[in-house]
Write a protein that binds this ligand. Structure first.
Ligand code: DGL
Length: 264
């Protein structure tokens, strides 16, 4: 048993989709969340910058005496996981491995699409993780960076979102056998309905929240690190003016959220 909180972090507030999953799977766990809203997006930045920013967040979370780290950001999971693991002995869970396992399980013919930020797609982290489990899988990876600002600007119900989703996902049309699509970015679950409608019923759309939360539950159970049943606490930090992000944070978490400022 371990009453310490779980540290969850992201380049912004999109990682609250993963927090929502964790709260469903592990309702008794305390959570400290950090979203680097002052420096989002990470997906357009260099590997070095993403690693530097990620390690700054991790050091802050370690100050909060967390028992495990969940890297809710696909971009950080794709490029900085080794560097984070080198900094701490705590369990560190990224979103890519759990999401890939779920996608490979769900896919019948192992023809799997992935969409994500430029940094995530360039890293080939998803291809490598899929082919590590299923060497003959066909992976079609596509950077869809404009979907991040569309969600950030709360345009997910605006016609501009339909246009961009169709424009990007139209590129999968030649891959007739594709039966599974991974949403490899924290922001895309808010466009899931549109993405599902665009891909059609033959394609299963997988996001990171529930696979990651379920893997975290297994990991904490195996290590005998589950919470001790006390009343869980939740603290949410952002690096920019918190009031600017509270509205969009509610869209990601599905309920009102109070954000505090953190200096990274
Ligand atoms: N959180 C990032 C991800 O999941 C998306 C936003 C960004 O580019 O920082 O890849």
């Amino acid at each position: 048993m371990d009453a310490r909180p779980i540290g969850v972090f992201d380049s912004g507030v999109g990682g609250l989709t993963v927090v929502k999953g964790i709260r469903g799977a592990l309702p008794n766990e305390s959570i400290v969340y950090v979203g680097d809203t002052a420096r989002v997006p990470y997906g357009t930045r260099s590997r070095e910058t993403i690693i530097t920013f990620a390690l700054e967040i991790v050091r802050k979370l370690l100050d909060h005496d967390v028992k495990a780290l969940v890297v809710a950001c696909n971009t950080i999971s794709a490029v900085a996981l080794d560097e984070i693991r080198a900094l701490t002995n705590l369990p560190v869970l990224g979103v890519i491995e759990p999401t890939v396992k779920e996608a490979v399980n769900q896919s019948k013919n192992k023809v799997i699409g992935v969409i994500g930020t430029q940094a995530t797609i360039q890293s080939k982290a998803y291809e490598m993780a899929i082919q590590a489990i299923e060497p003959h899988a066909q992976v079609i990876a596509l950077a869809t960076p404009m979907l991040v600002p569309i969600v950030e600007e709360e345009l997910f119900n605006d016609p501009v979102a339909d246009v961009m989703v169709k424009e990007y996902l139209g590129q999968f049309e030649q891959v007739k056998q594709l039966d599974t699509l991974i949403l490899g970015c924290t922001h895309y679950p808010l466009l899931k309905d549109k993405i599902e409608a665009c891909m059609g019923t033959s394609v299963r759309v997988i996001d990171s929240a529930y696979p990651t939360a379920n893997t975290l539950r297994e990991l904490l159970t195996d290590k005998d690190m589950l919470g001790n049943g006390g009343k869980p606490t939740q603290v949410f930090f952002t690096s920019d003016d918190p009031s600017k992000s509270e509205k969009i944070a509610k869209d990601f978490l599905g309920e009102e959220v109070h954000l505090d400022k953190i200096r990274l």
